[in-house]
Design a protein around this ligand. Structure first.
Ligand SMILES: Cc1cc2nc3c(=O)[nH]c(=O)nc-3n(C[C@H](O)[C@H](O)[C@H](O)COP(=O)(O)OP(=O)(O)OC[C@H]3O[C@@H](n4cnc5c(N)ncnc54)[C@H](O)[C@@H]3O)c2cc1C
Length: 509
């Protein structure tokens, strides 16, 4: 882990439950990383716009964006094995890894620029350098990792990658992996020292505090959006309720972003736009084993990714995960999947059933029928005992003691179910921006890779909703995100220059 001296005092966000703008240019529903990122982009692209942010909970970023509810991986696709695959020709396909790496670079650049502007401070409060590693065992998997390394290390994004099967070296990189491991077991590891751990909750709260300090932007916490409908003049009317006082209000706006995380789908259904028809959601909850033994926590300093089980959703790749949360090092293993019909951790048990509508019934039934492996995997996961989970951990850390680990429930991920001409419906593991034809309302559905790629997702949203403005915004966007509209995959010199600046500014170098 990067050494960066004394930490600053914890960042505090003074919450005020107020709606400042009953009529606004923009309403952002939800106080997670997505709304905060869009708010920040909009503040600089259209400084005159009145923006009202509405968050149901008392403390923003307490759902998926909170550090304990996600894995905090700065997904640069360095060592997460689900971003690469072996093709039928035997070659390793790294195109997805390249794309995600480029997207994470955009996020880093934007955060670095915000630091330079004073909109963010103390980067160590939200981003820290933690080596990323891939870890496999068994002949076939070791061969896969070796071939993957050979392909990836040829590209300038991944040229610092190291590969080894040497147990002494692995012990040096990640001692827990070798603690009481069976003699003669074939294992291999790749390592990238430039990996990061990101506290997306801390980052979001810093962004929101900075936004709320602006005269034209206001954050109302403890306010829930209950209804969305369209006025005859084209504006949107939102029905809100103050969860502290019970007071209801109607707000008018020209543009709505539904950044409600798992709850985006029901709100999109309320908006009743043709583009939102046919979507369904399938919630998968996450659980971690958290290490209680400080001595063990201190011995491990890396995010070590393995291979997912058959049928497991791609984001369930198991990892032994060093986190930096509130300045303190933690060690987690997981995620284990669970089933809960809630769309948010704080959601309702009726979320799933009430999201079933006439227009998404066929896609949902088709997905149920076509994903037997996933269903089987989820049932097996839900049935697991503590001892079973520790057994899974022992594949990484053979000497793990049951009593040193406890179970923690993470956030909910609502996977997208989408209409499909051939199959009736498909389950999708990425994210999707769904916008009305006129660009006046947009929702973000899906979960992964999510927070790490929030900047590129919000740029995609801006391009969909404000197509006529993008050319005029180009210079500002290039100032905020120097690689904007540049192809870093083919331009090594630009990549190195921009990455050095971002990493130095974020104090990662
Ligand atoms: C187990 C797990 C591991 C993950 N690991 C990673 C990782 O390693 N790296 C990564 O990049 N991403 C990861 N993700 C994904 C990442 O957490 C999400 O993509 C990201 O946090 C989503 O941000 P958001 O702003 O859309 O949603 P959220 O952070 O969930 O914010 C939505 C907000 O909307 C509010 N809200 C909901 N309904 C209403 C309403 N009606 N009115 C007002 N407010 C409302 C909620 O209270 C909430 O605060 C992980 C997720 C999970 C669950």
């Amino acid at each position: 882990m990067g050494k960066r001296g004394q930490r600053s005092a914890p960042f505090l966000l003074i919450m005020e439950q107020r709606i400042t703008f009953p009529e606004s240019d923009v309403i952002l529903i939800g106080g997670g990383i997505m709304s905060a990122t869009l708010g920040m982009l909009m503040k600089h692209l259209m400084p005159e716009a009145k923006i009202q942010i509405i968050e149901a909970l008392e403390k923003p970023a307490s759902e998926s964006s909170d550090a304990w509810n996600n894995a905090g991986t700065g997904h640069a696709a360095l060592c997460e094995l689900n971003y690469t695959s072996r093709g039928e020709d035997g070659k390793i396909n790294i195109s997805k890894a390249l794309k995600i790496n480029e997207q994470f670079e955009e996020s880093k650049q934007f955060w670095a620029w915000l630091l330079e502007q004073g909109a963010l401070s103390n980067p160590e409060d939200f981003i820290n350098q933690v080596a990323h590693m891939s870890f496999v065992y068994g002949d076939e998997n070791v061969q896969f990792l070796k071939d993957r390394f050979a392909t990836m290390s040829q590209h300038h994004f991944f040229e610092e990658m190291e590969y080894t099967e040497d147990k002494t070296k692995i012990k040096n990189w990640a001692p827990l992996l070798l603690d009481k491991r069976r003699e003669g077991e074939k294992i291999a590891v790749t390592k990238m020292d430039c990996g990061t751990d990101v506290d997306f909750g801390a980052l979001t709260r810093q962004m929101l505090k900075s936004l709320d300090a602006d005269d034209t932007i206001s954050l109302a916490t403890s306010h829930i959006v209950k209804g969305i409908d369209r006025m005859k003049d084209g504006r949107w009317r939102l029905k809100t309720k103050n969860l502290k006082t019970g007071k209801k209000r109607e707000l008018l706006t020209k543009f709505v972003f539904i950044g409600a995380g798992g709850a985006a789908l029901p709100l999109l259904q309320k908006a009743d736009i043709p583009e939102g028809k046919g979507f369904g959601g399938f919630p998968v909850s996450g659980q971690w084993l958290v290490c209680k033994d400080e001595e063990v926590v201190k011995k491990h300093s890396a995010k070590v990714y393995g291979l997912a089980d058959v049928g497991a959703p791609p984001m369930s790749v198991p990892h032994l995960d060093t986190r930096v949360i509130d300045g303190k090092q933690a060690l987690l293993f997981g995620p284990f999947a669970g089933f809960s019909p809630k769309f948010l951790k704080t959601g309702s048990l009726f979320d799933l059933t009430s999201s079933v509508k006439l227009d998404n019934l066929i896609p949902m039934l088709a997905v149920g029928k076509d994903n037997i492996d996933l269903t089987k995997y989820l049932i097996e996961q839900v049935m697991q005992t503590h001892a079973d989970r520790v057994d899974a951990l022992r594949k990484f850390f053979p000497n793990a003691a049951e009593e040193s680990w406890e179970l923690l429930t993470a956030g909910q991920r609502v996977q997208i179910i989408k209409e499909d001409e051939k199959k009736g419906g498909v389950l999708q593991f990425g994210t999707e921006v769904v916008s009305s034809e006129d660009g006046s309302i947009s929702a973000l559905l899906g979960a992964s890779p999510g927070a790490s790629t929030s900047v590129s997702i919000m740029l995609e949203l801006l391009a969909k909703c404000y197509p006529d403005k993008m050319e005029g915004w180009k210079a500002k966007l290039q100032e905020m995100i120097p690689s904007y509209e540049k192809d870093l995959q083919t331009n090594k010199e630009d990549y190195q220059k921009i990455r050095s600046w971002a990493e130095e500014t974020l104090k990662l170098a």
